[in-house]
Design a protein around this ligand. Structure first.
Ligand code: AMP
Ligand code: ZN
Length: 113
């Protein structure tokens, strides 16, 4: 838990979010500025700065983030989707608590910008 972290504040309930799913390890909520018709985030409750800060032993939690994201996509009518995890400002990371974007609901071009 990091005092300054926006997503830790959402986990604590200090900032509201439109939650799709929560358990003791994970939280999923709709993105406040969606980049596709369906766009939600899956985060570990454990504060990790980003994928570059994962430690040996974190495989289970990152695996759970991916698996839950795919399951929630299916449950929310998003059969085709893209998973994105940005690491670092130049890669587009703006919130420094690891989060996986799940995007869908429109054709997604490749390569990404
Ligand atoms: P990134 O740019 O990869 O760090 O992604 C951060 C994401 O968090 C962006 O897509 C933002 O729109 C989203 N975001 C920021 N604040 C909130 C919030 N309060 N509730 C939901 N999503 C948020
Ligand atoms: Zn955090």
């Amino acid at each position: 838990m990091s005092e300054e972290c926006l997503f830790c504040k959402i986990i604590k309930g200090d900032i509201p979010a439109r939650k799709l799913y929560e358990d003791d390890k994970l939280l999923a909520f709709w993105d406040i500025a969606p980049q596709a018709p369906k766009h939600f985030l899956v985060i570990p409750k454990q504060h990790v700065r980003g994928p570059g800060a994962l430690s040996p032993g974190d495989e289970e939690i990152i695996g759970a983030v991916v698996r839950k994201g795919a399951e929630l996509a299916a449950e929310n009518g998003i059969p085709d989707f893209r998973l994105v995890i940005n690491n670092g400002a130049a890669a587009g990371q703006t919130v420094f608590h690891l989060h996986m974007h799940v995007l869908g609901g429109r054709p997604l071009s490749w390569p990404p910008g």
